[in-house]
Design a protein around this ligand. Sequence first.
Ligand code: NAP
Length: 448
Amino acid sequence: MDPTLQPVFEEILARNPGEAEFHQATRELLDSLGPVVARHPEYTDAAIIRRVCEPERQIIFRVPWVDDAGQVQLNRGFRVEFNSALGPYKGGLRFHPSVYLGIIKFLGFEQIFKNALTGMPIGGGKGGSDFDPKGRSDAEVMRFCQSFMTELYRHIGEYTDVPAGDIGVGGREIGYLFGQYKRITNRYESGVLTGKGIGWGGSLVRTEATGYGTVFFAGEILKARGSSFDGKTVVVSGSGNVATYAAEKAAALGATVIACSDSSGYVVDEKGLDLDLLKEVKQVRRERLSSYAEARESARFVATTTGGAVWDVPCDIALPCATQNELDGDHALALVRNGCTVVAEGANMPCTPEAVKVFAEAGVAFAPGKAANAGGVATSALEMQQNASRDSWSFAHTEARLEEIMVGIHARCLETADTYGAPGNYVAGANIAGFIQVADAMLALGVI
Ligand code: NAP
């Protein structure tokens, strides 16, 4: 890290104790900003970096609800409204037992620069709860969502803060959350949440957008190297929203997607994943991945308890699409050894700093999540546009917009990396391009 930024990082550590993921995300940004502060003393004069690392507002609240057995359950809710220099706070809600303030802050922080990269007028925020929807009935999930929104509604709005989904929050949860918001406010304010159902204000392509966008981004990397997805083998991690649609688009572009995972293990299917079966198992039946292998002869399931990882499966292209820090230095070495040449993050910060270092040293093209998975939030912004104009666009038109945005982000990352002396470095390009856009807006808006 540039020595002038070290005191800033020390201050972050002291002010945010025990928040390892937030430290990791801020450090990763600061590591790229040395050439920026050297060229732009005005950012230091206005304490832009210190200010951008401090959330504008953090809300923590109690979420009580009653389970099917009539027992009172208690969870904690969060919304971190991180930065609104470019537009209303925008970022998903995560329901997962691992959620605490440090996770929400890392995600909100990443979101600021990702949203800036899309070129859309949206600020950065994130929220969620330590609630675990797994194994809960629909009625329990509904009562939890209603209780969560009964507090959250007073903090959000189409011009203030616009949440969406993330891990554990899909179409079902967004429906219950929107229903409760509408009931409390007596307003059909479509633009207050994105990821809505198609029949009631949602946008076509939003479900597919993060996964498709990641593949469009990886496709641009391949194109810059005179290659494409056609004929390549691909491994994705996760089997949720991002993973499923990344696999779908990669397969549509001619790749064979041979493995995916969930928290119980991974499946290898050398014939290529049967995506209809995968959707049936994970989205409809909400079962573990072992059910996929039971239903398909060409597939085998490897349980997490055996100690292996999906990254042991040889592939040309790896798309980590599950969760933070799921791909470490050893996993990266295995991928490199097996000939992997491109890694694009569909999830947020899935690769540890050690893994990123291994990829850099081995010459593997590495696309960080804040660039590669920006297609989800970009399409959320397209959903907001459609809501504002009371319009709905066709699948083909919306997908074309998504692709255009991802191609644009890829070009911007490369240009910025070149300008700041780090040619071909997507991490530097994404961090610097996103930061400068936010920093210039913050300068213009004064000390607020
Ligand atoms: P999702 O639909 O809930 O799927 C998450 C997947 O990751 C599931 O297969 C889950 O397995 C697996 N997973 C979660 N925690 C895990 C762990 N600790 N170890 C192993 N596997 C784990 O969530 P999603 O929307 O696809 O989000 C995935 C990632 O993409 C997250 O990092 C999210 O922040 C990021 N992202 C999402 C969007 C979006 O539009 N949804 C946009 C940008 C970035 P189980 O089913 O076993 O839990």
